[in-house]
Design a protein. Sequence first.
Lengths: 705, 473
Amino acid sequence: MNARRASLALVASLAAAACSSAPPKQPDAPPVPVRKEAPPTTLTPPNPPPQRQLVKLDNGMSAVLTTIAAGRQATLQFAFLAGSAFMAPGAAELAAQVLVDSSDASQGRGSLRQTIGRLGGTLAVHVGPLTTWIDVRVPGNRWRDAAVAMRKALDAPTQSRHQIERIRSDFVSARTAWIRQDPTVAMAQLLLLAESSSASYLLSLLDRDPSEVSLFQSRLFQPDRALITIEANEPTPDLAAALGKTGAAPIGGWLPAPPIPGPAALLDRKFESGLYWSPGKTAAEKAARCRVALVMLLPSLGQPDAAELLMLHACFTLDGTGGRLEQLQRERGLGHVRWRSDLAQTPDATAILLTAEVLPQEVAALWQTIELARNSLQVVPPSDSEITLARTRVPLTARLPALDDGARVRSTTMLLLRGSDFFAIDRRLAEIAALPGLDLSVPTAAFLAQPFALVAIGGEPPADLPAVRRFDVLPPGDDEQPKAPTEVIATSTAAAATPWLERARAAIGGSELLRRLDGWTSEAKLLHDEAPVMTEATTWRATGALQRTRTLLGQSIDTTLAGTAWSERSGTTTRSLDAREAALLRREHERHPLALLSLHARGELSFRRIAQRDAGDRTVVVLEAEGNHFDRLRLHIDTQSHLVRVVETWETLVDGTVVHLRDTWSDYRASLGVRTPFRRLQEIDDGQNRVETVFAKWAPRFTAP
Amino acid sequence: MAPRSPDACGALLAIALAVNGAAAQTATTRFQTADGSHFVLIVDASIPQVHWAIATWADTAEEPAGCEGLATAIQRVSLNGTWRTGSLDATRERDALLQLDRSWQLLLRGSPEAPSAAALLAQNEAALALGDVTVFARVLAAAPSHRPEIAARGPTSVLTLTTLPAAIANVGRLLVERRDEQAFRLLSQVWLETFAERVQRHARDARNIVRAEVLALTMPDHGMARALDRPTPGRPTHDHVLAVWNATQRPERTVHVLLGDFEATLVRQTLEATFARTALPPHRPTPTPLPRPLTGTRRSTVVAAGPPSVTMAWSLPPGVDRFALATASRWWAEGPDSQLGQQLQRSGRKLAAVTCVAPWPPTTDGSSLLLIEVTDDGGLDGLADLLVNACRKVASTAPTDATLQPVTTSLQREWRAANGDPRALVAEIASQALVWPRQAITRDWPERTDPKAVLELLTKTFAGHPVIVEAKP
């Protein structure tokens, strides 16, 4: 609770750190529609509010529990005082993504997101400057399952560099696509995270090392910085009991390792007011219509002057229509600009977002008009009719931060922690209405100090327009996906990969022989630290046919893939395999080094060169398979011996868990004309699970020349 | 033919009203106001605003030939104001718009009396100068309301906005004004935009030819058959516009849903006073065609772009449950994990992809078809027979709670992602209440679907004869 209060205080301080505006210019007093009567303001809830309880869990976490009607979905939220302003740019978002998207194959634990999906639910991550919230919505009867899944995710945050890098790669791809979809709206949203450019935002995500993500989680994902909210159709005492450390959903029993010592430093960043402009790059982009977005931060409802600030906001504009803004737009020849109203939100702040399309040459005039309209509130204070209209509108604007379910629960929780509710604004408006006179001069100064910005994409800023904040939408080379800086990108063309593949084929036995490789027969032992030795006899054909017998403690399991008959037999029990299991088995054999080189020799699989790496006393060249058959399959070819040393890939298991597989191949020996590895060390998810395969026999089979 | 008349609609919705007795305990109220509008009030004390959605039909049923897309276009312009709000001189503006309409029709007919392009442009400018499309939005915002927006949902169009309990009367008056005194400002511009979108959509979708053939064999009079054709340029007359508006906006064919923290009795009184009468003339809706009963399997082959495909359509039995239908469609024939998808894989058709749509075309209470579409780059030999045989033997692969569970959770997840937030939820409830008037209002996807109901639905469906259309490049 103290943490939440601290969070609110910090939000307020961020919001208060506002811009300075241009000197006010006296506009004509704008005519404003006059209402004859305002609808009565509601001062109390029309219905009894839901039963709500604030409790402290066994581990020190706060919990806000609410009983809702039957037939509704359950909502769970996990909040941490751990936003983007902490430690390093991008670390908060990556830490949250890793928490929800990482899995642990050794424990059979899928990611939190997958588990929630299997419950018929959805999961969303919201990161603000100060807090991070994970919103989970599930069918009403599944909230306990969701809480248990969250507990499991909290208990074992992944430390696997591979997994963190993969999650980062996917997240950067998703954010790049999000920015490309509507750069103006994305930039508006990023301003609330105190970013100054969408390109630098992406680069900061790429700059983070996996160890920084783990450090962030260790220091900031702690019970004393966390809060859980639950809305479900159960009495609050039952909800509280279930969350106890011995309950059915024991979030209260979550006790992570003590944080790694060191500070959780707060970054010196804030939402800076101004005109943010990303000019067009080509002549056509410079001449095309510009997308613009006006971002206006709304006051926190906890602020003492929130009602007055919201009134001034309504005097400025009502959802982009009316008010001083429209009046001045008309007077300055911009009356045709029609705004579309929306919200930009983080868990810590809400802004009204108005978007429009304008001619490039209108952007500067529009920005000046916006500044003029804002400043006019100081030069010409709102008239009685404007104030009457504003009083009507404020109760609705005050409730906009609670427009969607997740934001509603967040807002309600924050207000509850302050001992307030949405009706506090209505009561304050009633007090204002009863005042003999209303002096808005002090609130107007505060209103003008609120951050606001205009984002423009396209066109070209006029040379004489002062203080334009130019920014790049995407990092340089934005046509390509940004790559992790840990890899030296030599070249990404297939042509650059071909010589290495030719050398690898020559080292194995030549292209002609590999082109005719049709499968193999093998016998091997499988060794695992925590299991008895297993033997395996396999016959594999390039057509996809497989006959495999595994023997463990005298029990045999026969696996057969023949045409469309896929089965597994153990003793007298036979079970059919589904298409996913069959594909998994096939890919296991298809990624044998000789099989991959054979596919390339036949022109059925192409590679591109990714990097050249020094690995201890060896240098390897890394090639990545193109196409969709494998998920980011990479070959590591020794630059001296030209042998394939490592094959790594991502694989989706039958239960939906995504794992990173790394097969290290060694002990190459000659067998029927080719050199083939007789030892494989398979590591799953950074060595969390290791299986060593030692071949006693590996005999290739070739088609006729 | 199932008449979708005012009386029929009213009767169907009255059945739903009867369900309300039980629903009242969960703070849901359904009623009809004197003008015929249907209302659903859902009180939820945890929601601090009122989300209001109004669903109306926007399919092809009421559109005259050559005016496909008009129902959508007029909805889009409907927030540009009324004769009362937004007109500088209503009489002159109305005359100017009528004159513009006459000129356009003369031009399109190639009449020698048609005005020159310059004259037409001048008429357009004159009409525009007499109206102000920003006023209605401003008045609505001051009511107050937030983000009124119109979006298509299946065969319906839904206007959604957010307001406060104290403003329901104000907003209601503006909604009545929008309905009864609509000026259709900027319709020419929006009609052209709608037409361009339809042309693009048609060019992108290779299934149109196949689906049109399915309709030709099952419901040849269905308006969607025209909509599936390549759009032809035209311009609706003012009379067309009025007729379509009237047909789609008649209050008895409209469902309003209000969700939020309000006092239901007071709000009902307010709405009954506000929605007491309408200025729209009475209208008898065009009957919606029902699938033609088939006495045997009908086959057809068409030449179409895209991968070779087999499309099968089966008539759905009457009185289907929408949740059971969605579950049955997905379990049986949606994607590679479905029963049919797995059977295709096992039969060696590795390149086959199967999808299922039902009800199609969308209409009241699912009185339509179940459509199974299979593409196979490996060729179509024997594919249609394989599919028909599999469907006929559906009873041999009866679903269980365990096999339906993943289907149900995937439907729940998608539904939650699309409708999890109150504004989307209220729009969905309004749309579903219009399209499925016999079914109860629910705020969440059901936790379970009865396997027996799924099997019974599929067995009844596949007991009939299908229409089979093969498409080859």
